[in-house]
Design a protein around this ligand. Structure first.
Ligand SMILES: Nc1ncnc2c1ncn2[C@@H]1O[C@H](COP(=O)(O)OP(=O)(O)OP(=O)(O)O)[C@@H](O)[C@H]1O
Length: 267
């Protein structure tokens, strides 16, 4: 188990009203219990996660930071159901996903999890509108047109909805990816370095949107980043080192995050 489990077990600082939805056991949107992830076996085995206990409230915005190799990507992939833990349990909303077989897990992810990656991952042949609604079509669900229009409007792309990704700036493409992540009204959105490829102005717009969706849509956002300025936009920053949770800061400034990271070694 991680040393500071108790310090970061319940990440609910928004009061009881926000904790009512999600897992019936905890009221959380995402919950990890004793999550271990080991790559390889024998002498080549790597313990990437060493027993993570963590609960994230619905509507919370959490950044994950840690030195290179500390397990951030492994954490994100395991919490989001892109990979399965070696042992332990992961819940998203009411569903324990850690024991789902690959096909059911893929279906669950399509319907309940949104992703925003550094590389946007838009389909070049599809328009903005078609990219945004793609998860619904992949899930065999109809398009809720007012919701689609609200998502496209909320990311500021009303006038660009017919364009192809190649006709958009990086920031605009990332905003398409955010609308696409929200189109299924997911239980959680996972963002991996969402501003990593953007200049500071476009990056700020993307972060503004992530903050806005936690407030306006009560969305739960988990973001991995190397950048303390980016992490400072989250309500809470959780620190990983050597596969364990080693601390958390709430409402931290960039400097406070830098100081904590410096204490964890090279990053
Ligand atoms: N597929 C894999 N097979 C074997 N070891 C792996 C694999 N993926 C990651 N690891 C190891 O697990 C540990 C955690 O890696 P992870 O990529 O989660 O760290 P990270 O904090 O995201 O690193 P970075 O900041 O450099 O991207 C590292 O020691 C890494 O070498």
């Amino acid at each position: 188990m991680s040393r500071l489990d108790t310090a970061v077990t319940t990440v609910d600082h928004r009061g009881p009203a926000r904790a009512t939805a999600g897992s019936p056991a905890t009221g959380s949107a995402i919950r990890l219990q004793g999550v271990v992830k080991q790559y390889g076996t024998g002498t080549s085995a790597v313990m990437a996660l060493r027993g993570i206990d963590l609960s994230l409230a619905r509507g919370s915005f959490t950044a994950i930071m840690g030195p290179s190799g500390s397990g951030k990507s492994t954490f994100l992939h395991t919490a989001a159901g892109l990979d399965t833990p070696t042992s332990g349990s992961v819940w998203i909303g009411d569903t324990e996903i850690s024991h789902l077989r690959a096909t059911r897990l893929a279906k669950f992810r399509r319907e309940h999890v949104g992703f925003v990656f550094q590389a946007y991952n838009l389909l070049p042949a599809l328009s903005v509108e078609e990219n945004v609604t793609l998860p619904l079509r992949l899930a065999g669900r109809g398009v809720d047109k007012p919701w689609r229009d609200r998502m496209i409007h909320s990311v500021g792309l009303d006038d660009l909805r017919g364009r192809r990704p190649a006709e958009l700036s990086g920031g605009q493409q990332q905003r398409v990816a955010i609308a696409r992540a929200l189109i299924t009204r997911p239980d959680a959105v996972f963002a991996d370095e969402p501003t990593g490829a953007l200049d500071s102005r476009a990056g700020k717009q993307v972060l503004d949107l992530l903050v806005q969706m936690t407030h306006e849509l009560n969305q739960t956002v988990v973001m991995v980043t190397h950048d303390p300025m980016v992490a400072a936009r989250a309500e809470r920053v959780i620190f990983l080192a050597d596969g364990a949770l080693v601390g958390a800061l709430e409402g931290a400034t960039t400097q406070q995050i830098v100081d904590r990271m410096t204490g964890l070694g090279t990053w």
